[in-house]
Design a protein around this ligand. Structure first.
Ligand SMILES: [Zn+2]
Length: 293
C-alpha cells in the first residue's frame, strides 16, 4: 500500500472510526491513527508499517479497520475494549521502498540515502534518517545482535533512544492512552513474539494472552526472546509492563517485500483478531486478580 492510498481510505467517511493525526515523519508526512471508542475503560493499540518494506501489514490493518467499522455494533455488544489503530508508522520509508528516491524531495536527503543504501530501496526498512525505528525505543537500546550505529537501510539504533519523530509519535500516544495490550504487525515467518524482560509477576499472564493470539491466528508462539532490542513491543513489555505481541505475518518462504497477492492468505489468518480482544481483556483482569492488586 502506498501512503496516498492510505490517505484516500482514511478520507472516506468511516461510520464509527475517528481519524486523528498523532505526529509527523522526518519528511513531515502525517502519521495517522484510527480510533474506535466503545465506551470502555480499556484500550488496545494496533500498529503496522514501522518497517518500510513490510507495508503489506498496512494493507492488513486497513482491512481490519474496515471490518471494525462495518461490525461496530457487533463488537460493542461483545463489550470490546476501545481500539486505536496506527496503520502506517513509517510513511516515508514505505514510500521510499515502493517508488525509490523520487519520493524524497530534499536533495541532500537523496544524496544521503543513496550513500547509505545504494539505488535499490526495495528492501529498505528504516526511516529517512537511516534509523531502524523498531530499534530506537528505550528498551535495552543498542544491545541487539544486529544493531549498528551508523545510518543504514536496517539495524541502526539512532543517535539516542527515542530520537526519531515517528517513534516519539507512537510513544507519546502510548503514554497518553495507557493501553492494556498492544499488537505490532511485522512480516514474515508466521510466528508470535511476546517476551522481552517481562516483569516476573507478568510473565504468566503475558504468555496466556499470547497463547490466545496464537490460537486465533494459527501462528506459532516463540518462547525465546528475540535477539533484537529497542522495539515497540519490547518497550511496552519491559518499560510499561503492558502485555504485547509482535505478529510476524506471511510465510517464511516468501521474499520481502511481500506482494499484494499474499494479502488474502494473511488476512484470512488475522481476520478474527478483533473478536478475541474481549477475551484478552478478561485474561488481563484475571492476571490482576492473581497478582492480588
Ligand atoms: Zn519488521
Amino acid at each position: 500500500m502506498r501512503y496516498a492510498e492510505l490517505e484516500k481510505i482514511l478520507s472516506k467517511k468511516l461510520l464509527h472510526g475517528r481519524v486523528e493525526i498523532i505526529g509527523q515523519s522526518v519528511a513531515k508526512r502525517y502519521i495517522y491513527s484510527v480510533n474506535f471508542d466503545f465506551g470502555s475503560q480499556k484500550t488496545v493499540i494496533i500498529q503496522a508499517g514501522i518497517h518500510a518494506r513490510e507495508y503489506i501489514t498496512c494493507d492488513l490493518v486497513c482491512k481490519l479497520i474496515a471490518d471494525f467499522d462495518k461490525n461496530f455494533t457487533f463488537h460493542k455488544l461483545k463489550c470490546c475494549p476501545n481500539v486505536i489503530f496506527v496503520p502506517m508508522v513509517n510513511p516515508d520509508g514505505v514510500e521510499l521502498c515502493q517508488v525509490g528516491l523520487k519520493s524524497v524531495r530534499n536533495l541532500q536527503k537523496r544524496k544521503f540515502l543513496l550513500s547509505i543504501n545504494g539505488p535499490d530501496f526495495s528492501l529498505y526498512k528504516a526511516n529517512l534518517n537511516g534509523v531502524d525505528l523498531n530499534t530506537n525505543f528505550d528498551a535495552r537500546w543498542g544491545s541487539g545482535a544486529e544493531n549498528c550505529l551508523l545510518p543504514s537501510s536496517q539495524g541502526c539504533i539512532g543517535p539516542s533512544p527515542m530520537s526519531e519523530p515517528e517513534v516519539q509519535a507512537l510513544a507519546t500516544l502510548t503514554k497518553q492512552v495507557k493501553p492494556f495490550f498492544t499488537i505490532s504487525y511485522h512480516c514474515k515467518g508466521e510466528v508470535i513474539y511476546y517476551e522481552f524482560y517481562n516483569k516476573k509477576e507478568n510473565l504468566k499472564r503475558d504468555k496466556k494472552i499470547a497463547k490466545i493470539v496464537s490460537r486465533c491466528t494459527g501462528y506459532k508462539l516463540v518462547n525465546v526472546m528475540a535477539t533484537s532490542s529497542g522495539g515497540y513491543k519490547d518497550w511496552c513489555v519491559m518499560r510499561l509492563g503492558i502485555p504485547s505481541v509482535t505478529i510476524e505475518v506471511g510465510k517464511d518462504r516468501l521474499h520481502h517485500p511481500l506482494k499484494e497477492k499474499h494479502l488474502k492468505q494473511i488476512y484470512r489468518r488475522n481476520k478474527n483478531i478483533l473478536k478475541i480482544l474481549p477475551k484478552i481483556e478478561r485474561e488481563f483482569d484475571n492476571g490482576l486478580h492473581e497478582a492480588g492488586t
